[in-house]
Design a binder for this molecule. Structure first.
Ligand code: SAM
Length: 425
């Protein structure tokens, strides 16, 4: 690839890095705002891959760069250095990467005076080669997140989680019909809980069965809440925070009479598209959960908005875009959502509460406090006895704690907390 050809995706990746680390935006947000619009599909994929890989290795790149920098340069220069360091670590030709780094800094008036520094530092990084990179300790999560997680799980578990996060995630698929038949075509691995896992899947829409709507992409852990809820044909089930609809489709595929609610208009459009592609049906309602008051549901799935700290292996931007300041608001909202969901459930109905968070405050503690607020409410540990759900994942309170380092050898899973609550008669 010529240097000019490489600059488009690199500059787009750099812009995304600046937006994440400087403006606190998540990658999907930056992409949604048009960051990649000017690029060809191929370059778009390359820019996205570069930004994602840089974020995944960011703490390691900083460690490498610290050896060659006397003082910390401005963020835009630091991000050029980080991007190029990760490319060099990946074995990209040194000449092209160093020139591209210098060019990116030179093009910006505010940073052009630092091109000599960038040139010198990147040459030193290049001389370390991928071997020097491999010797560095694995990237750690930033302190605001590492500290509460270390307090909850201990240092060994956190190191194991960080190793899985650094390795990235395979592609998991939930199948609408017969899993074995689908896997005969997809040729992946059928996981104990029934998801199909593909390593190096490439472009999702090009995989067999996508067009026909035979399956959808869903992390194996994200498919477990519906296994726990165990939807029955004809049951009236509410999916209260539904978009983009992975769990709605599972519920509909089981033959339940599903109502899918979500507050986000854009994300609700995706639910509609997903249902259309898979030929599944559900009633879709764009509404704030608290404004939705239809009641009498047999079961409710509450996949509440949360810190998403369980999804970092697929979203390495999260630790750098966020700072933990939203935790309090989210925790309070989750508690109110549990209360509201219980009010919509018929007596004796079941509520599956889940979050893709690793913070006990968004999982175990929520259930403990809900039991204190609602007399007669029970946790149903028996609901966890589903095929493929490992008994070792169960918590003392009768819920499930899923961690990214479970199934580490096969690529891990998203972190989740899941519990089924039974409303008294
Ligand atoms: C964890 S995601 C849901 C993922 C979804 N269950 C799935 O499996 O595809 C949380 C969702 O909650 C929605 N949300 C956030 N606040 C909400 C509110 N007050 N009322 C309804 N939906 C809300 C967000 O738009 C987001 O789509």
């Amino acid at each position: 690839m010529s240097q000019q050809q490489g600059l488009g995706p690199r500059r787009a990746a750099l812009y995304m890095l600046d937006q994440v680390t400087g403006e606190g935006k998540l990658l999907p947000e930056v992409i949604g705002e048009g960051a990649l619009q000017h690029l060809s599909p191929e370059d778009r994929a390359r820019a996205q891959r570069l930004a994602t890989e840089t974020l995944r290795g960011l703490a390691r790149a900083d460690r490498m760069l610290a050896r060659f920098l006397q003082k910390t340069p401005p963020l835009q220069v630091r991000n050029v250095l980080r991007l190029c360091t990760v490319e060099l670590a990946g074995g990209e030709a040194a000449h092209g990467v160093v020139n591209a780094g210098v060019e990116m800094v030179a093009r910006n008036k505010r940073t052009s005076s630092m091109k000599g520094l960038v040139n010198a530092v990147l040459r030193k990084v290049a001389s370390e080669g991928p071997e020097g990179w491999a010797k560095l300790a694995l990237p750690r999560m930033p302190g605001w997140l590492r500290k509460p997680l270390k307090d909850a799980y201990g240092p060994e578990v956190i190191a194991a989680i960080e190793a899985v996060q650094f390795a990235g995630a395979p592609l998991d698929i939930t199948v609408k019909g017969d899993v074995k038949a689908a896997n005969d075509v997809l040729k992946g691995e059928i996981l104990p809980t029934g998801s199909i896992r593909l390593k190096d899947a490439g472009q999702v829409s090009a995989l067999p069965g996508f067009e026909a709507g035979d399956w959808w992409v869903q992390d194996a852990a994200a498919a477990i809440p519906v296994l726990v809820l165990d939807p029955q044909k004809g049951e009236k089930i509410l999916d209260l925070c539904a978009a983009p609809g992975g769990k709605t489709m599972q519920l509909a595929a089981a033959g339940a009479d599903v109502t899918a609610v979500d507050a986000s208009e854009g994300r609700m459009i995706r639910v509609g598209e997903n249902l259309k592609r898979t030929g599944l049906s559900a009633k879709t309602v764009k509404s704030d959960a608290f404004a939705f008051t239809e009641d009498g549901f047999d079961a409710i799935l509450l996949d509440a908005p949360c810190s998403a700290t369980g999804t970092i292996r697929r979203h390495p931007d999260l630790p750098y875009a966020k700072d933990g300041s939203e935790f309090g608001m989210l925790i309070d909202q989750q508690a109110r959502m549990i209360d509201h969901a219980l009010s919509l459930l018929k007596p004796g109905g079941r509520l599956v509460f889940c979050t893709c968070s690793l913070l006990p405050d968004e999982g175990e503690v929520q259930v403990e406090e809900a039991l204190e607020r609602h007399a007669g409410l029970k946790v149903e540990a028996a609901a966890l006895e589903r095929s493929g759900i490992d008994a070792a994942w169960r918590t003392e309170d009768g819920g499930l704690r899923l961690r990214p380092d479970y199934w580490a050898e096969q690529g891990g899973m998203d972190g989740f907390y899941i519990a089924q609550l039974r409303k008294p008669q």
